[in-house]
Design a protein around this ligand. Structure first.
Ligand SMILES: [Zn+2]
Length: 328
């Protein structure tokens, strides 16, 4: 059987449109009816024409025209003859680039994750970015009493900052260039915020730590200046936590990485193999299902799928939009 769907095609930079596609379910595949779809920072990079190198996550080469989208969730409506781990009616979270800006998407089962019992479907549809942020926050190595700096107040940064607080950090600092994101961070529990355009992060962090530097710095902004600032404000033997996906070459001053014995933690959940992800995702979503981390406040804008052009225009122009979602 096959299903006709509307699906987003990124024809060229800044040129996205819905096209009609026929999905044919392979024997080891399933078709999922979407509940909600999120725009990821990496989708924005694609939209702006910054294509990353091809990775195992993609079904297609990262070049134009590109069938875009990877953050969504929904209900399985069809399963292939060889699929044994899912059945029609199962609620699933997408973990793969399967052209998810669509009414329906086709997926291999290893690119899915069951929705935890009791999880709101709006949140489950953002299960991939939530799990990624939570994984980073839960594995950042934050100890009770730490001063933690989160570089970047986007979707992941806001989640990571909340996790740091819940894990017992004495002071959580969120640094960004936008006041709107910093105000939200404050509302969600950050102790101190730094607007990198107006304030000197070095001065703020040294002031908070008797000149020692932060115990943990999480890089969740993904820019050259952010990586360099993170390398400066971290204490001797501090923990540098990677989160961002930087797809373009950048120039770093890394003398301190050696000289100050900086410890590195790579917290990219989906890139530790799907088997590890299968184990970790339920644990990362548990605190969310229990309401310990506020995600709803991070959903700033909603569009109908048919308004995908407007949604991407907003994503491109308005950096204060944290998570933009599309409803089929
Ligand atoms: Zn993403």
């Amino acid at each position: 059987m096959s299903i006709i769907t509307r699906a987003a095609l990124l024809k060229a930079p800044y040129d996205i449109d819905l096209v009609e596609r026929e999905l044919v379910c392979g024997e080891d595949e399933v078709i999922v009816k979407n509940h909600l779809i999120g725009i990821c920072g990496s989708d924005k990079s694609f939209y702006r024409g910054q294509m990353p190198p091809k990775t195992a996550e993609f079904r297609q080469d990262p070049k134009f025209p590109f069938y875009l989208g990877h953050e969504s969730g929904g209900v399985i409506v069809e399963v292939g003859s060889k699929v044994i781990d899912y059945k029609v009616g199962d609620k699933v979270i997408a973990f793969g680039w399967n052209n998810n800006y669509a009414d329906y998407f086709l997926s291999k089962t290893w690119q899915l994750q069951p929705v935890p019992e009791g999880m709101d479907m709006d949140l489950a549809s953002l299960g991939e970015p939530i799990a990624c942020g939570m994984y980073s926050g839960m594995n950042s190595g934050v100890q009770m009493g730490d001063v933690v700096v989160v570089m970047g107040g986007g979707f992941a940064g806001q989640i990571i900052a909340q996790c740091a607080k819940k894990k017992g950090a004495s002071t959580v600092v969120v640094a960004d260039v936008l006041d709107g994101k910093l105000e939200l961070a404050k509302k969600l529990g950050a102790d101190v915020t730094v607007n990198l355009k107006k304030q000197d992060a070095m001065e703020v962090v040294m002031g908070l730590t008797d000149g020692l530097g932060a115990d943990v710095v999480v890089e969740a902004a993904g820019s050259e200046s952010s990586f360099n600032m993170a390398s400066e404000i971290i204490k001797h033997n501090g923990k540098f936590v990677f989160y961002s996906w930087v797809t373009q070459p950048i120039t770093l001053n890394i003398s301190r990485w050696h000289d100050d014995g900086i410890e590195f933690v790579n917290t990219c959940l989906v890139h530790h193999s799907w088997r590890e992800r299968y184990v970790w995702t339920p644990a990362t979503l548990k605190p969310v299902v229990k309401g310990l981390v506020d995600i709803k406040s991070l959903i700033t804008n909603e569009f109908k799928l048919s308004d995908i052009k407007a949604a991407f225009e907003l994503a491109d122009k308005d950096d204060t939009a944290i998570k933009i979602v599309l409803r089929p």
